[in-house]
Ligand binder design. Structure first.
Ligand SMILES: Cc1cc2nc3c(=O)[nH]c(=O)nc-3n(C[C@H](O)[C@H](O)[C@H](O)COP(=O)(O)O)c2cc1C
Length: 148
């Protein structure tokens, strides 16, 4: 069983609800989970798998609650070569900057050496008004990579 840290970037609460739902499902499978809504690099476990759930706001901007964490990553450039992570973006495809925050964070984590488990999921809330549904489907596949 794995320890999974769910890190959220959310302005209106949607990404937080998705993370809550996924944490419940992971716990039902026997995994240990922490949900972190104000991520601070110094407090995150590197021996945990990170599952980032991040929406996009502004013109492709990060939600306020995750901006300090993104700043820490770019300034401190931690060695994340031992880290495995998954990532889910929430966005609206009517924006040119569809899921830009999740895409940028994925690039950042990868450039710091982290290994992505599974593919990034981009949830289009204009097509999927209940984002927990596609997230749950994605998790069914993603959780298999935890045991490999
Ligand atoms: C003011 C505003 C700006 C937004 N900008 C973007 C954007 O640039 N790209 C995108 O994909 N979605 C954008 N969205 C859509 C949000 O990402 C989407 O509604 C998401 O579900 C919000 O998640 P949250 O409740 O966790 O904040 C924007 C929404 C609002 C209200």
């Amino acid at each position: 069983m794995s320890h999974i840290t769910l890190i959220t970037g959310s302005t209106l609460g949607g990404a937080e609800y998705v993370a809550d739902h996924l944490a419940d499902l992971l716990a039902q499978e026997g995994h240990q989970t922490d949900i972190v809504n104000q991520a601070d690099l110094s407090e995150l476990r590197l021996d945990s798998v990170w599952l980032v759930v991040c929406s996009t706001h502004g013109a492709g901007e990060f939600p306020d609650n995750i901006q300090p964490f993104v700043q820490q990553l770019s300034e401190l450039k931690p060695d994340l070569s031992s880290l495995q992570y998954g990532i889910i973006g929430l966005g609206d495809s009517s924006y040119d900057t569809f899921c830009a925050a999740a895409k940028n964070l994925e690039q950042q984590l990868t450039s710091l050496g982290a290994t992505r488990l599974g593919e990034r999921l981009d949830i289009d809330v204009s097509q999927d008004p209940v984002p927990e549904d596609p997230a749950e489907n994605w998790l069914a596949e993603w959780k298999n990579s935890l045991c490999e």
